[in-house]
Ligand binder design. Structure first.
Ligand code: SF4
Ligand code: SF4
Ligand code: SF4
Length: 331
């Protein structure tokens, strides 16, 4: 390593840390986005097919042994409005103006599913210091191990979709998130089944399958002309339980999860733009690849101790100066 390169990268990385910003030095390029696994499984959620029945929410609770969430005094219905320690899947609503027309951005309404996106390059896995979150090397499913978790909640910050939820109401709370119905004691995917939410969905709005097959299906729908009819599959995209014919809506030409932050194994399509459906603004580069690149660079150039020392010295000197100022000692 040349002395000049060491200094250049150390200073560049150090400046980023001291400024409180994430600056990617040259070596950040050494860590590109992870690629989708060859055998990755996932889901395609088509908002235009969703009727808001919440059968997927009820099935998710049943499969995962979670209690209903009630807000009103009538304890007759699960009323979960967002993900929580007791809710791994929720259906939200978009509404504009009079909210009369389904799948219309203006004066319309639409549904949107929220559950783990099973990122191709998951931020939650990247930031977990004890590998309590892991990604399966074949299926790409992102799983959680409560026994390994130390409760630091880094994963809640590392996830761009605000998915991991802590059980604040429990004495020994743990993180909860969708594990694609394949955690210990459930294992639907390992047993050749589809996810509970896809099985329960009456319209095929939530479709299960391999990422490749789901992406191909999503691309097929992007090519359809609004007003023509299409036979929508239900259940597993590669071996559907049934089909149903429906008029094709005016899809936004955007498959959410094809590329965002390295892509996701759960993808969404819709006739409403995704910013209106509450999806976060994401670049194609994953935060995990940038953060791990910077981290690698800092350690590679032995810059972290120098940066930490410089930062600490700065803070100590500033405090000492303030103390002297207060005492009127500084010249
Ligand atoms: S959506 Fe969040 S919790 Fe799920 S895999 Fe991605 S980063 Fe992890
Ligand atoms: S895959 Fe399973 S855990 Fe995840 S949202 Fe669907 S039913 Fe719930
Ligand atoms: S089961 Fe299907 S149609 Fe019903 S709310 Fe869930 S995704 Fe929508």
């Amino acid at each position: 390593m040349k002395r000049r390169d060491f200094l250049k990268n150390s200073l560049r990385a150090g400046a980023g840390v001291l400024a409180g910003a994430v600056v990617a030095p040259d070596d950040a390029e050494a860590r590109p986005n992870l690629e989708p696994k060859e055998g990755a499984v996932g889901m395609l959620y088509d908002s235009t097919l969703c009727v808001g029945c919440k059968a997927c929410v009820a099935m998710c609770k049943e499969v995962n042994g979670m209690p209903p969430v009630t807000i009103s005094e009538i304890d007759a219905w699960d009323e979960a409005r967002d993900l929580s320690g007791d809710t791994l899947n929720v259906i939200k609503i978009y509404k504009d103006g009079a909210g009369k027309t389904k799948d219309a951005e203006v004066n319309g309404f639409a549904f949107e599913k929220r559950s783990c996106m099973h990122c191709v390059d998951p931020g939650c896995v990247s930031v977990c210091p004890v590998t309590a979150l892991t990604q399966h090397p074949i299926t790409g499913i992102v799983s959680y191990n409560a026994d390994a978790c130390i409760g630091c909640r880094n994963c809640m910050v590392g996830c761009p979709y605000n998915v991991p939820q802590f059980q604040y109401d429990k004495t020994f709370g743990q993180i909860n998130k969708c594990q694609m119905c394949n955690q210990k004691g459930v294992e639907r995917i390992d047993n050749g089944m589809m996810t509970g939410c896809a099985e329960a969905c009456p319209t095929g709005a939530t479709l299960f399958g391999t990422r490749d097959a789901l992406l191909a299906e999503a691309k097929r729908r992007m090519e359809l002309k609004p007003g023509e009819t299409y036979n929508y599959p239900r259940g597993d995209v590669s071996k559907p339980d049934s089909y149903h014919e429906k008029t094709v809506p005016a899809y936004k030409q955007h498959i959410w999860g094809e590329k965002e932050a390295g892509g996701t194994n759960v993808m969404h399509i819709s006739s409403i733009s995704f910013d209106k459906l509450g999806m976060p603004p994401l670049e194609e580069r994953s935060a995990a690849s940038v953060a791990e690149g910077v981290q690698h660079s800092l350690y590679n150039y032995l810059a972290l101790p120098a940066v930490a020392l410089a930062g600490l010295s700065f803070v100590v000197k500033r405090n000492a100066d303030k103390a002297k100022d207060q005492k009127g000692e500084r010249s």
